[in-house]
Design a protein around this ligand. Sequence first.
Ligand code: CMP
Length: 230
Amino acid sequence: MKAPALKSVPLFSGLHESDLESLAAVASIRRVEQETVILQAEEEGDTLFVILSGRVSVTMGNEDGREVILSILTAGDFFGEMSLLDGKPRSASVIATEHTELLLLRRADFLYCMQRNSNLATRLVSTLANRLRRTNRQVESLALLNAYGRVAGVLLQLAEDQEEGEGKKEQSTIFERPILQEIANMAGTTRETVSRILNNLEKRGYIKRDGRRLTILDLGRLEDDFFFHP
Ligand code: CMP
């Protein structure tokens, strides 16, 4: 593993050259195929994973195969930090949704680096705060909204994920929307319901679709009409 590749990972971007070099020396690389279960909920583990390329979903499920997607993570994101930090079993399962290249760091190496770099700790905590915000929104949506509101909430979140803080926009395009089953698992509904709702939202002029590209034509209108007032 080369230090420059580590530098492009936001979590490590503030590290000194020497710390990048020592992290690179102890990190290992793992490549996994689509559908590989990288982490299984409830298992013990003390490794942190950074996604170098590819895409994974963070999920929780029950025995009948029902599943909720907590998050979809892509290149530059990390996971596995919770067990690494608190020593408890994995809080969720993480599954590769495409061919994915991962960087693995063991607890002792990561903690040593974090103790030397307050920057790294700050970035980690800030990401955790952001994940908690998103999860709060998801809990609110699942507990309080109807299926339209929940699907609209997922679309608004996906749109927000793509924004790069250039103020409030009226319209937003999700360039590669998740597949219908993934949207269903994020919104706590079925694939068929998502399909029906997207068709209906398109017919009513809220969204426009072209393959996997989905444009929300008026973010404020979608939010006002569905997300907060089901
Ligand atoms: P860990 O509990 O070690 O293993 C599962 C990982 O999934 C967890 O660390 C986090 O990295 C990630 N994870 C768990 N819950 C969420 C969530 N709500 N949002 C994003 N990622 C999560």
